[in-house]
Design a protein around this ligand. Structure first.
Ligand SMILES: Nc1ncnc2c1ncn2[C@@H]1O[C@H](COP(=O)(O)OP(=O)(O)OP(=O)(O)O)[C@@H](O)[C@H]1O
Ligand SMILES: [Mg+2]
Length: 338
């Protein structure tokens, strides 16, 4: 057994740019520019931490995970896992990580659960006896023993995700990289996956980097959260500290009919309105105005006056304390889910 590093995952100015191509008039592929999906991220995740990257679509979460698991080369900076460099020592990196990617069929539907695990276990150097006992233990862990010899195509979505999760554990890696492990699952299946992640962290000492859209998930599960937006980490702390930093602020939500755009132009000028977003509320032509306010007693009367003066009708008014999502809105002016 090698010595265990202090930092399980290290990112030093990690960067990934993509060429953005569009068809030009001559119908040839032309390079039009570059998109920076991951923008010089520096981050240290100590051994044993459960860390969450929280961010909206396109923030760069999956790109970060793909670089860490050696699927995609960085275009700048560096990253290491378990002290192995993702570019120079990819085989060692892969030996120390279990990876769950989204949007991939990570298990074969025409095989049984047990056959899938045996197939993937053959990729690692383990004795047959170790493989068999490992597979039995993992199936037990996720309550799939009774269904282990059924074809995966007969599994529910939640069962498939449990299988995909234990597939990442076959070689008992110290680090898990989980890209949106609960996306697409119903609440109950999500809860089972979250409990498993908690167990792997608490009882098995795994270092876990997961990505999520869900602020509740980040809040409930993670010791530290990096809020990611447009390739950068815009805030990094424990969920408690992130929320505390924005205390004293409240969220004022207004559901309105009418020219909400006119009203928001005025609302933005009110002192004490820290940020403001405007969202359409389909199917009718209503709007939701969400404001982060630092002085609610001062802002509220002025806000009502401003919208009335614009002939905008307020259907519903709600005042809420800050959540992690609100922290995100305050930092970026946008919502996690658009
Ligand atoms: N292979 C690629 N070629 C070009 N652009 C890419 C490629 N992969 C990702 N991108 C772009 O990089 C940005 C970040 O994408 P990424 O998939 O990392 O975001 P994400 O945070 O995982 O989003 P989501 O929540 O939707 O999964 C996006 O603008 C995306 O379109
Ligand atoms: Mg993604």
């Amino acid at each position: 057994m090698t010595t265990q590093p202090q930092q399980a995952i290290t990112l030093e100015g990690l960067t990934r740019r993509f060429a953005v191509r569009e068809r030009d008039g001559t119908d040839r592929r032309a390079v039009r520019g570059e998109l920076t999906a991951v923008d010089a991220i520096t981050l240290r995740i100590p051994r044993g931490e459960l860390f969450g990257l929280l961010g909206p679509n396109g923030a760069g979460k999956t790109t970060t995970i793909r670089m860490l698991c050696t699927l995609l080369p960085p275009t700048g900076g560096s990253a290491s896992v378990w002290d192995f460099d993702v570019v120079r020592q990819p085989a060692q990196v892969r030996r120390h990580i279990g990876v769950l990617l989204t949007g991939e069929r990570s298990v074969y539907w025409r095989l049984t659960g047990r056959e899938n695990l045996a197939y993937f276990a053959a990729l690692y150097e383990m004795s047959q006896a170790t493989v068999l006992s490992r597979i039995a233990g993992l199936l037990d862990l996720v309550d799939l023993t009774a269904r282990a010899d059924d074809l995966v195509e007969r599994y529910s979505t939640g069962m498939r995700q449990r299988l995909a999760l234990i597939k990442t554990l076959l070689h008992d890696p110290p680090v898990l990289l989980l890209d949106e492990p609960t996306t697409g699952l119903d609440p109950q299946a999500s809860r089972i996956i979250r409990d498993l992640i908690r167990h792997l962290h608490r009882d098995e000492g795994k270092t876990i980097l997961l990505t999520t859209h869900s602020m509740e998930e980040a809040d409930q599960l993670c010791e530290r959260v990096g809020i990611m937006d447009q390739g950068r980490i815009v805030a990094l702390d424990s969920p408690q500290a992130l929320k505390r930093a924005h205390q004293g602020e409240m969220i004022l939500r207004m559901e309105v009919d009418g020219r909400a755009d006119h009203a928001t132009a005025v609302l933005r000028t009110i002192p004490g309105v820290a940020s403001l977003t405007l969202q359409p509320l389909p199917p009718d032509s209503a709007w939701e105005i969400t404001m982060t306010v630092t002085d609610i007693t001062g802002v509220l009367p002025q806000a009502m006056q401003a919208v009335n003066a614009q002939g905008v009708h307020v259907r519903h008014l709600q005042l809420v304390e800050t959540s992690l999502e609100d922290v995100f809105i305050a930092l970026t002016g946008r919502r996690l889910r658009d």
